[in-house]
Design a protein around this ligand. Sequence first.
Ligand SMILES: Nc1ncnc2c1ncn2[C@@H]1O[C@H](COP(=O)(O)OP(=O)(O)O)[C@@H](O)[C@H]1O
Ligand SMILES: [Mg+2]
Length: 250
Amino acid sequence: MALLTVRKLVMEYDGRAVLDGIDLDLEEGELKVVMGPSGCGKSTLLRCLNRLLTPTSGQIIFRGEDVTRPDTDVRALRQRIGFVFQNFALYRHLTALENVTLGLRKLRGMAAAEAAERALHELRRMDMAEHQRKYPAQLSGGQKQRVAIARALAMDPAVLFFDEPTSALDPLMAREVVNVIGQLRRDKVSMLCVTHDLFLARSLGCRVLFLDQGQVQAEGEAEQLFGDHADPRIRAFFSQAVGGGEAAGR
Ligand SMILES: Nc1ncnc2c1ncn2[C@@H]1O[C@H](COP(=O)(O)OP(=O)(O)O)[C@@H](O)[C@H]1O
Ligand SMILES: [Mg+2]
């Protein structure tokens, strides 16, 4: 069964369709990347999928359940989706370990010892156990992102959503995050990653959707899209200097 099936998804802001009929499928254990220029609706898509936004129309089926229905338990849905943001969203006054245990204690009601054990397991997986007592200010950008990923994984989500996970990072740190996502992929973690970072998409070498003007303009293996595509807009986007960074995709 597909983890996520999206059909004809439309999201309008003030009568203007930012998403204009999106179809998307994510299988269990699959990694898919959604690319497209800034402002094309990538973040809007993720926010619709975890129901932070209510789509104007269309269907989102999450593990067989239509989560666009008005009676959907959106809190329960969001607890099944781990979210990783561009700016890490870590609490500055908490250590790496405390950032990971917080949700386990507050949302899952775990006892301190159990939460710490689970958090340490995920920090170890992210190769961050030795930094567990450090505060975010004492960590590099790549390390902060690895703590944020450990925090998301600790909640045992059905899927991880990444929104521009490398945009705030220099190329070396971006590579750290790419490696981690690659490792999670081998572990068969289901992941949906939106980005305009060409380097990220290309290094992961997975299936890529190209989103522009509210629609999926192309879908294929990364190398196919990075090749000499017939559509000039798609060719223009994917032929920009590889290396990611803020300039890419604009
Ligand atoms: N709350 C909002 N109200 C009105 N327009 C919005 C709102 N949020 C985003 N938009 C517009 O929707 C479009 C898509 O935004 P976004 O999903 O953030 O794009 P991306 O993540 O691809 O850069 C942009 O034109 C943006 O200005
Ligand atoms: Mg965005």
